[in-house]
Structure formats: structure tokens, C-alpha cells
Design a protein around this ligand. Structure first.
Ligand SMILES: [Zn+2]
Length: 113
């Protein structure tokens, strides 16, 4: 079980299996957020029942929602607006440093897509 939470703890979630790889994407939003994305099916990510609401940012084609904690501002995850898209990204920066240290980082080229 891999747990992750924002700085203040208002938003936390867990996944059963650590990601094989995380994506350090250089697109216009990810490079500003400084996120490392781990990709899962939404059913694989368990959000804590006591989580508060998140703030959402959308841009471009509006197909994704980028969620951040309303209290501490940490970017927690993105989810697809279309639930048929069986993929979401969680910010692996919210995992414990020793967990993240064992995972390889891919430098994804989202900027030129
Ligand atoms: Zn927070």
C-alpha cells in the first residue's frame, strides 16, 4: 500500500502498487506545477473518505481537471472529464520520499505534443 497526501493532510489517497515509473512532463502546466505523474485507472486510487473538496483548474481542450488542495495548495491529481477514459494521474511528489526514491523518472516530452 502506497499512501500519499498533500502538505496539510486534507487530501490523501492510496494505491495498492507503487508505479513502475513516474513522468516528469515538460508541458506548459506540468513544468510549472513541478509534478511527477503516476498513472492509474481511477478504480485503483482510493481517496480517503474524510477528504475535503479540491479546487479544479482546466485549460486548453478542457478534457482534464487538475485538482489541488484548497488549504495548502498542493496539486494532488488530475482526472479526465470523460469518465470513460480509464486513466488518471496522481502526483507522486505527495508520496513519501523513500518510496519515490526507488521509482525511475521518465522525462516525458509533453511540450512538443
Ligand atoms: Zn492540503
Amino acid at each position: 500500500m502506497i499512501e500519499a497526501s498533500c502538505h496539510c493532510g486534507a487530501i490523501s489517497f492510496a494505491v495498492e502498487i507503487a508505479p513502475d515509473q513516474v513522468n516528469d512532463c515538460n508541458c506548459s502546466i506540468c513544468r510549472r506545477y513541478g509534478t511527477l505523474w503516476a498513472y492509474y485507472r481511477p478504480a485503483e486510487v482510493r481517496f480517503a473518505a474524510e477528504n475535503g473538496p479540491t479546487d479544479i483548474y482546466q485549460w486548453g481542450d478542457q478534457t482534464l481537471e487538475f485538482h489541488r488542495c484548497r488549504i495548502c495548495g498542493c496539486v494532488t491529481h488530475w482526472s479526465a472529464v470523460n469518465p470513460a477514459r480509464e486513466r488518471m494521474g496522481i502526483n507522486a511528489r505527495l508520496m513519501a520520499p523513500q518510496v519515490l526514491a526507488a521509482i525511475s523518472v521518465r522525462h516525458g516530452d509533453g511540450a512538443s505534443r
